[in-house]
Write a protein that binds this ligand. Structure first.
Ligand code: AMP
Ligand code: ZN
Length: 139
């Protein structure tokens, strides 16, 4: 896609800190590191997000996510790794070419790195949970 920054990166039209590349995927350092080693893995074939990606392409991408996470793990020895993938603006997607974030976590993360969410274990009672599961199951 001509206007897509990640297409321009995978084609080499704009520079990146490349970590890994194969026939289907490309991995490079995120320009705004949330923690040391924060890496993005993308398919070479453009698709907007996970929901709109062909399963065959996604299979290649997730294999590369595992491979690159293992490389980051071996090189940097983080205490943990989050894999994050945002879909649509409301879910914080800002580049509309499918990408997975590999986010190494360290006991002393860079200040301000706070990949935490709030859980609400009592927000839905058992009936509501059953109805919710049914609704999704039957979609
Ligand atoms: P998201 O908010 O999930 O869409 O993530 C997009 C990510 O792309 C952000 O973390 C940006 O820092 C990163 N990003 C944007 N432009 C570039 C670029 N030219 N090179 C590397 N990373 C980039
Ligand atoms: Zn693209």
């Amino acid at each position: 896609m001509t206007d897509c920054i990640f297409c321009k990166i995978t084609s080499g039209d704009i520079p990146s800190y490349k970590i890994y590349e194969d026939d289907y995927t490309y991995a490079f350092l995120d320009i705004s590191q949330v923690a040391k080693g924060h890496t993005l893995v993308v398919p070479k074939k453009h698709s907007q997000d996970l929901l709109e990606t062909e399963p065959e392409v996604l299979a290649h991408v997730i294999k590369s996510v595992q491979k690159v996470a293992q490389m980051v793990d071996k090189a940097l020895k983080p205490d943990g790794i989050n894999i994050v993938q945002n879909n649509r603006t409301f879910a914080d997607q800002s580049v509309f070419h499918l990408h997975f974030h590999i986010m190494p976590r360290y006991q002393n993360d860079i200040d301000g790195f706070g990949y935490k969410w709030q859980t609400h274990s009592d927000a839905f009672d058992a009936d509501a949970m059953t109805a919710l599961a049914d609704q999704i199951k039957h979609a």
